[in-house]
Design a protein around this ligand. Sequence first.
Ligand code: M6R
Length: 369
Amino acid sequence: EKGGYDYFMLKEIAEQPKAVADTLLGRIDASGRLSLDEVRIPASVLREVDKVVIVACGTAYHAGLIAKYAIEHWTRIPCETELASEFRYRDPILDQRTLVIAISQSGETMDTLMALRHAREQGAKVLAICNTNGSTIPRESDAVLYTHAGPEVAVASTKAFLTQLVACYLVALYLGQVRGTKWGDEILSVIRDLSEIAGEVEEVLETMEPVRELARSLADKNTVLFLGRHVGYPVALEGALKLKELAYMHAEGFAAGELKHGPIALIEKDVPVVVVVPSPRGRSVLHDKIVSNIQEIRARGARTIVIAERGDTAVHPYADHLIEVPATPVLLQPLVATVPLQVFACELATARGNEVDQPRNLAKSVTVE
Ligand code: M6R
């Protein structure tokens, strides 16, 4: 049932292009617009939404952090993303015009379920993004957008994450489409780009051998740091989480802009630092800033592992290891940039002799608070 792979995780990483394509299937109409009628929240209600709150745990929370950038950009609705386990305890401000999005692969995560119950009690509408048909979270929500990743068996989430991102982009673009923002043309062009993305994920998968080799060479390290900016920041957090759960290594993700506010003190000779570089097109300010961050850490002896768009020559002089990914619109980059980090963590776990599909102390679905 592992389809010839040694681990479910490897199989699930390889299934990502299909999972992404399946999650888009039937959701883009012939005119290139989104048709999400299955989300049975009337357009009139969506037009009135004045705040979006995303709640989730772990990897799903990282998808939610990325969704915030997409939602605020394409809809201009303020959006916050919060750890489900923190949400209800701070007495959040919610009402009928708040759209709460609960993201969960299993649909059974207790923290997320309790957060959505709390939101509904306050009158908010809840939309679930979920991978498991008929599970508790979608059953208790007002609406659901299913991700079509298929069953995810490995404890470490991979294909579910990519499909959660796709679903988040769909919701963001749909909200933008329904409300008619000034980004109408951009929305249409991003929908077109999304339909190409499965092929790009496939391309990334085909070029992973050097990443595996690199991972094996780092098997005796104690710590790996991850840096990113903008949507690359949650990608850094996700890379670090994967490494913690699979390789049992100390790993931390930082917003690159925070370096000087503390984390740079951790940089010493030969510490591996993975840097997720945003596209040099579009937000070039961001790109310039991260290039100087890479220079700063390299000057202090870090071993830089740079994930950058193909052809981004500005980073080449500072990359001890370069991992190239295909060009995408800035906001969609996490769909390609996360994949090498999954492969990296999986290979490191194997090299350290860890149980890949069932890491110690972890359960696939956390049904207690
Ligand atoms: O089933 P859920 O998406 O609600 O699960 C949330 C987290 O428990 C989950 O993403 C966890 O962090 C994974 N092990 C990450 O790989």
